[in-house]
Design a binder for this molecule. Structure first.
Ligand SMILES: [Zn+2]
Ligand SMILES: [Zn+2]
Length: 252
């Protein structure tokens, strides 16, 4: 039996330097509940270190999936969502090892803000000192391949945006590009969204909030999916339009 679930696969926390400090664990959980969002993925830039805080706080309401918004060597953003935290953490250590090819630039809190690793009550565990919003030493094709090889979903972030998106850097997607979904920004109108759908008719499109502020957590910024249960495996089926699971067109 399939039911509609509201899914937001792109949410930042206080660990993202451009994220507001209001993006703490109790705050995100309360805002997602108030908005009626069933599933969120925690996707900070190049790190999943705040997943445990949000997940422990939520206790399953909403369901919280571990993720990372990878910034590739070409400055393309790819949202990775993983089935569990050990897999996300192991992908992250692979990414950071690759990253070591680059000089680790330090974060300057005066410019970018603090990058805070928190616990479920917003207690500060540590400050991340390496700047997280910088390109890793890893190209986009390798990142997508490694996400999928580790069992994760590779979602091309905000493909409509004029910066930090695959099309803005490399041009149109090859027809067989092995991404699991294309994400569109909620800020675009339905005409523009339809143009994307027509251009890539075989693709699954989702809309995500890319929240850096609590007020962005809203059903009108995310995607309704028809699933048997709000789980990673069911979302994978929906993105593949498999076994009857499906993603509802966000501008419908
Ligand atoms: Zn991004
Ligand atoms: Zn983002």
């Amino acid at each position: 039996m399939l039911n509609p679930y509201w899914v937001d696969l792109h949410v930042h926390t206080a660990l993202s330097p451009c994220g507001e400090l209001e993006m703490g664990a109790p705050e995100i959980v309360e805002a997602a509940r108030a908005a009626g969002i069933d599933v969120i993925a925690v996707t900070d830039h190049n790190s999943s270190d705040n997943f445990p805080a949000i997940s422990e706080r939520a206790e399953g309401n909403p369901v919280v999936l571990p993720g990372i918004e990878v910034q590739t060597a070409e400055d393309i953003h790819v949202v990775a969502v993983f089935p569990d935290y050990p897999i996300a953490a192991s992908f992250q250590s692979w990414l950071w090892k690759t990253w070591a090819k680059m000089p680790p630039t330090a974060n300057d809190p005066d410019i970018f803000g603090d990058q805070v690793v928190i616990d479920k009550d917003d207690g500060i565990i540590r400050m991340e000192e390496v700047l997280l919003v910088q390109g890793t030493g890893c190209d986009v094709d390798t990142v997508v391949r490694e996400i999928q090889a580790s069992g994760g979903l590779a979602i091309m972030a905000h493909v409509d945006r004029p910066a930090f998106s695959y099309p803005s850097v490399l041009g149109p997607f090859p027809e067989d590009y092995p991404a699991d979904a294309f994400e569109l920004s909620w800020r675009i109108g339905s005409d523009q969204a339809l143009e994307w759908r027509e251009r890539y008719a075989a693709r699954t499109f989702i809309r995500s909030s890319d929240s850096h502020m609590l007020e962005s957590l809203d059903r009108s910024h995310c995607t309704k999916m028809y699933l048997e249960a709000p789980t990673f495996g069911e979302i994978r089926l929906a993105l593949a339009n498999d076994c009857g699971r499906r993603v509802s067109w966000p501008w419908g």
